[in-house]
Write a protein that binds this ligand. Sequence first.
Ligand code: NAP
Length: 248
Amino acid sequence: MHILILGGTTEANELSALLAQHPHIKATLSYAGRTQNPTLPTIPCRIGGFGGVAGLAAWIREHSVSAVIDATHPFASIMPFNAASACQQTGIPLLALTRPEWKPEQGDNWQQVQNHHEVLNTLGQPPQRIFLTVGRLEIDRYAAAPQHFYIARTIDPVAPQPLPNAVWLTGRGPFTVEGERELLKNHNATVVVTKNSGGKATKAKLIAARELGLPVIMVARPPKPDVKTTHSAAQAMEWIARTHKASL
Ligand code: NAP
C-alpha cells in the first residue's frame, strides 16, 4: 500500500507520525510549499503543486498510490475538490481528515460571516484596533480598510507589509490563554478577526477574547466536496487498515 497524505496541517503531521511507526506501509506527505520552514515529517515528503486534477491523478498512477488522505487545511478550497476528482478518476479511496469547527460558547460575542468582504462591512468605518489572524495570504484584503490599526499575526513574516497602521507579529501555535490575553491587552485590541480553522493550537485567542469581553468576527469555512470525513489521525489509521484489510 502507498498512502498519499495531502498536508500542511497538524492533523497531517499527526497521521504522518503514526504511519512512521509502521515501516511496512509506504506513505508520502505532500506540502503545497507555502510555508518557509515546514515541520518536516519522518516519512518521505514532496513539496509543490501537482498541476491540477490531471497532475494529481498522474502522480497517483505513477507512484501506485492506494489511498489518499486529504488532510489539507479547512480553508484550502481547491485541493479537496482536486483530490475528490483525481481519486474518482483513478478509482482509489479518499478520506478527508479535518479538525472540527469552533462553535461559540456561553459568554462569546461572535459575528459569523462568509468572507473577508463581509468582515470589512461588519467592521464599519470607525477605526478599530483589530487582532487579525487570517493567514498571511489573506492580509492584503484589509488594505481596503486603512483607517483601522491592525495587530497582524502570521506564521511567516509578511513582506511587503500591505497595511499602513499595523504591528506585525509572527508565531506558530500552540498559544496559551495567558499569552493571548496579554497580547490583546498590551495592544488595546477592540476586536478579533479570525477564520474558523478549528483545533486546539490557536483556540486560546477565542477564550482570551471571551474573558476580556471582546467581539470576534469569525469567517466561515469554504465549501468542501462530499467525501468520507474523520476528525482524528487515529481514526484515519483505522480507515487505512479497513480500506486495505490490514491490521496495523
Ligand atoms: P488550495 O487553495 O486548496 O490549493 C491551491 C493549490 O495549491 C492546489 O490547486 C494545489 O496545486 C496546491 N496544493 C494545495 N495543497 C497541497 C498539498 N498538500 N500538496 C501539494 N499541492 C497542494 O490550498 P491553499 O489554501 O492555497 O493552501 C495551501 C496549503 O497550505 C495546503 O497544503 C493547506 O493545507 C495549507 N494551509 C492552508 C491554510 C489556509 O488558510 N488556506 C492555512 C494553513 C495551511 P496543484 O493544483 O498544482 O496541485
